[in-house]
Design a protein around this ligand. Structure first.
Ligand code: KIV
Length: 275
């Protein structure tokens, strides 16, 4: 069954947890979709996991469209949400609408996600007015690392916690259908989740959110540059890949791969007539 923003609404209402994982390519998106995951985020985290940057700041609209297109070809049921990259919506409402439209028209996403609270509400409203669903994202928003002075848990003081509650209410009022809560204390995420009618999707925000999202390379132990506290390894695919690559190298070097079963045949009398 195809998931829509209406599915998210019903899941929040019924208390059914929402599952979301990132994907950036056709093959992975297909596996995630076939596993019954509710939603796929083509995150600008691809800047780190796919392109090797040390932050998301250099990711472009072209990068996002390229990877969103690939994901969309592998998905039948999951709701595809594409991230709006740094400076594709902060600059003006016009830029926000045009770039959100590109992720839908060219990337085939079903919804877009952008970071920020009160400061981006005009953008959220304008995009939603164009009939494009928006997922908001507050807390430890990675596009703000220079302003935050690094990847730091947000909302630990009374003032910043209150600001996050107010931001969550404002993005809901602006028309967002869901909000990602990243890197905030679990008790604060619980309060926000209880106050909102729209779904909260947590990452480093505890178990009381309406759903969870993880970067797939993180949960499969494929990305070893750093491991945030909130990441759980559900399988050690990084280790499985490394040992397969080493075995392949060994077999090529010692001549056991390819063997007869991996080779194409030709009639011997044809070979004999060759000169
Ligand atoms: O880019 C991304 O993968 C994200 C998630 C971490 C929420 O924004």
């Amino acid at each position: 069954m195809k998931n829509t923003i209406e599915t998210f609404r019903k899941q929040k209402l019924n208390g059914d947890k929402i599952t979301m994982l990132t994907a950036y390519d056709y093959s992975t998106a297909k596996l995630i979709d076939q596993s019954g995951i509710d939603s796929i985020l083509v995150g600008d985290s691809l800047g780190m996991t796919m392109l090797g940057y040390d932050s998301t700041l250099s990711v472009t609209m072209e990068d996002m469209i390229h990877h969103t297109k690939a994901v969309s070809r592998g998905v039948e049921n999951a709701l595809i949400v594409a991230d709006m990259p740094f400076m594709s919506y902060q600059t003006s409402i016009y830029d926000a609408v045009v770039n959100a439209g590109r992720l839908i028209k060219e990337g085939n996403a079903h919804a877009v996600k952008l970071e920020g609270g009160a400061t981006v509400c005009e953008q959220i409203k304008a995009i939603v007015d164009c009939q494009i669903p928006v997922m908001a994202h507050i807390g430890l928003t990675p596009q703000s690392i220079n302003a935050f002075g690094g990847f730091k848990v947000q909302g630990k003081s009374q003032e910043t916690a209150q600001r996050l509650i107010d931001d969550a209410l404002k993005v809901q009022e602006a028309g967002a259908f869901a909000v990602v809560l990243e890197g905030i204390p679990s008790k604060l995420a619980k309060i926000i989740t209880e106050k909102l009618d729209i779904a909260t999707i947590g990452i480093g925000a505890g178990a009381d959110c309406d759903g969870q999202v993880l970067v797939y390379q993180d949960m499969l132990a494929m990305f070893s540059d750093f491991k945030p506290k909130f990441v759980k390894y559900f399988a050690n695919i990084g280790e499985v890949m490394t040992s397969a690559f080493m075995e392949y190298s060994k077999e090529v070097k010692n001549g056991t791969f390819p063997s007869a079963e991996h080779c194409y045949k030709i009639d011997d009398d044809i070979i004999e007539r060759l000169h």
